[in-house]
Design a protein around this ligand. Structure first.
Ligand SMILES: Nc1ncnc2c1ncn2[C@@H]1O[C@H](COP(=O)(O)OP(=O)(O)OP(=O)(O)O)[C@@H](O)[C@H]1O
Ligand SMILES: [Mg+2]
Length: 353
């Protein structure tokens, strides 16, 4: 069990500033997912927690205690890397046992822990095999077992599934979620895949260029984005963002919030004439690209597959599905009533003209 806190953390590599004044709390026992584009600093954050790439300045606390001066092996954290290095000459058992031997854990205790962990990750039948005799997913489990057997307070995982094919990846995702339920320890899981983040995390930390853009549960990050970056990073296709007027305000709505119909519907706040320019059948849903009269483009994701390229329709969105953003890309929420209402009025007026 452990809570992790970053307080005014800075990290530079030479003159390159990767993280500046980061303040972030990862709650105890949660499945935390760090997600963001390549190079945003995810691995850097994990390495700081693990103690293998210290912060340039600031504090990192583990359960309220500053860990800056605690060596990596004594922090109670275990890390599983993207390219998990398991020793090819050792059996599965020896691979799992290795770290325990190094830490002088007595033999009886080692055996107890190995059989417990092997059971949890489903490696019992394979303990005497060499890694070359295992599938990719089984090897991945060896790497996990090696971390688990240390009984850490915190699990750090850096894209641990990226070497697996799509099917195995999906299976391992749910195994990891299951594992977290069983262990109830703090997980910090890194991925650049927003689908994986949404599927696995109970707390998502969305990062861009060393900054936390939003920290929330999956429902909130999807339905109530703090900024344009969050609205567009989470969800496929991304949230539509349209310009409105000259002050830099923007309006956003998800492709799945769009209604298309032959004539205007009641209760829709945003209405535009639009022509379908592409149509992509996804199965249960169909993706349409539409061209508005002012030249802007909109994606729509609908259950209705009967529309065709060239159809001219009313594109509409209701008020609850509209997000407003200021010139900096930050959300203008309803609780800033004056600005919000002014923007809403502007949208309504734009329908009539
Ligand atoms: N040892 C280093 N020396 C110089 N720059 C580094 C070093 N390690 C990382 N960086 C830079 O720091 C930034 C963050 O790197 P980091 O590895 O944390 O990104 P990431 O979010 O894990 O990306 P990815 O999804 O590609 O793994 C990048 O711009 C990277 O080039
Ligand atoms: Mg990385």
């Amino acid at each position: 069990m452990a809570k992790i806190e970053f307080q005014h953390v800075y990290k530079s590599f030479g003159s390159t500033k990767v993280v500046e004044d980061l303040n972030l709390t990862l709650e105890d026992g949660k499945f935390n997912v760090l997600v963001g584009p390549s190079g945003c600093g995810k691995t850097t954050l994990l390495r700081m927690i693990a103690g293998i790439g210290p912060a340039t300045s600031g504090q990192i606390l583990l359960d309220g205690q500053d860990i800056s001066n605690i060596p990596p092996g004594k922090r109670g954290v275990a890390m599983v890397f993207q390219s998990y290095a398991i020793y090819p000459m050792m059996t599965v058992r020896q691979n799992i046992e290795f770290g325990l031997k190094n830490n002088r854990v007595p033999k009886a205790e080692r055996e107890r822990r190995i059989s417990e962990v092997a059971k949890v990750v489903g490696l019992e039948p394979y303990l005497e095999r060499k890694p070359s005799q295992l599938s990719g997913g089984q090897r991945q489990r060896v790497a996990l077992a090696r971390a688990m057997v240390k009984e850490p307070k915190v699990f750090l995982m850096d894209e641990p599934l990226s070497n697996l094919d799509a099917k195995l990846r999906a299976a391992m995702r749910s195994e990891l979620v299951q594992l977290h339920k069983q262990l109830q320890t703090t997980f910090v899981y890194v991925t650049h895949d927003q689908v994986e983040a949404m599927a696995m995390g109970d707390c998502i930390i969305l990062m861009d260029q060393g900054k936390v853009m939003q920290q929330a549960d999956p429902e909130t990050i999807y339905g109530d984005p703090d900024n344009i970056f969050a609205a567009q990073f989470i969800g496929t296709p991304p949230t539509n963002i349209l310009t409105m007027g000259s002050e830099g305000f923007k309006l956003g709505f998800r492709p799945e919030a769009v209604s298309l119909s032959g004539s205007p519907l009641p209760n829709k706040i945003f209405t535009r004439r639009a022509v379908i320019t592409t149509r992509e059948m996804l199965g249960a849903e169909t993706l349409y690209k539409l061209h508005l009269e002012d030249g802007q483009e909109v994606m729509a994701r609908l259950g209705d597959s009967s529309l065709a390229v060239g159809d001219v329709l009313q594109l509409q969105v209701e008020e609850e599905s509209i997000y407003f953003f200021d010139a900096k890309g930050d959300r203008v929420r309803k609780d800033v009533a004056q600005d919000y209402l002014a923007l809403l009025e502007r949208v309504q007026r734009s329908n009539e003209s």
